[in-house]
Ligand binder design. Sequence first.
Ligand code: PMT
Length: 221
Amino acid sequence: PVNKPLGGKLAIVTAGPTIEHIDPVRYISNHSSGKMGIAIAEALADAGANVQLVLGPTPQQTSHPDITTTRIQTAQEMFEAVTTRFSQADIVVAAAAVADYRPANIADKKIKKGEAQLHIDLEKTPDILRSLGDTKAPQQLLVGFSLETNNEKEYALKKLREKHLDMIVMNSLADAGAGFNYDTNKITLFDKNGREQSFPLKSKQAVAQDIVSAIIELQHA
Ligand code: PMT
């Protein structure tokens, strides 16, 4: 039906931050609230999709009847939650701010304060989106985000290409009212066919609509 263009589709959306434990009381994380990803999950569900939302630690949530939320904490847990569901998915949107590094060892007791500097060795986390891009079937539609503070377009196009995405959503911390935690965002979409669309600052709900419209158009392209 016209008003449910994604009826029968399964979508996976990642949202929010991940936290990477240092010891039982400390962690490394980032400022993501999950608002952008939750708005996308809701817009996809409103368009008829069945949505699996994989959500990091945040007080934000959704009660949309067509969204099933799986709560995770770490990048590794997000990786597992997404990859176990991936073969069924028609659409994946990765709006989460996944930690790129985690402590190489997690202390099982609280690290005591001493006189010297403390050094924590960090190792890379799995790149969820890259591994989906490496294994995706041709009809699966993969949408990533790119968040930067500088060289935004260059880095966004590099991620689109190297992670084998169908589309990337660029947002920048250099734009007022865009990025983490705001109720607004300002995006530019780049798709694999070379199309580029820039939008003004809008509510995250309206931004999510623009992204879902672009996804629907790409499915028919
Ligand atoms: O949550 P909000 O407060 O509403 O803020 C929204 C947002 C700013 C978090 C969101 O709009 C956004 O930009 N999300 C992506 C943030 C990010 O980490 O971007 P990146 O350029 O570092 O990552 C590129 C892409 O790879 C992203 O789709 C990311 O989800 C994915 N990725 C990154 C690292 C990793 N280990 N695995 C991944 O899948």
